[in-house]
Design a protein around this ligand. Sequence first.
Ligand code: NI
Length: 138
Amino acid sequence: MQKVVRFGVSIEESLLKKFDHFIKEKAYTNRSEAIRSLIRQNLIEKEWREKGVVAGGIALVYNHHKRELVNKLMDIQHDFPHIVISTQHIHLDHENCLEIVVVKGEAVEVEKLANRLGSIKGVKHSVLAKTTTGKEIS
Ligand code: NI
């Protein structure tokens, strides 16, 4: 277990009020937990901006009746076998599918894959959830 260090923070009253409101909204148990989370979030964003291995999920919603689209989704994923860890396919209704592609790899490559999948004609929505392998933020 790592040593925990206490430190004081000087902050404007009005900003602290807003921060406490934010803490309540996000359901953090206390200020320390909220500050830790914000620091980690910033470190993760840095990981994505710089070279390094990141993890994430690409969620795609599309109509599976469009066969060309389904083939393209598959072809592109096969161009990135070193990044795609797993895919989960959910049949939302008769025509709509939600596919979640779990990825781990160089940030640049992951973003390239997400952009290629998201820009296929017929994809209704795509989003890349950027997270971390966890190694750099403890
Ligand atoms: Ni489906």
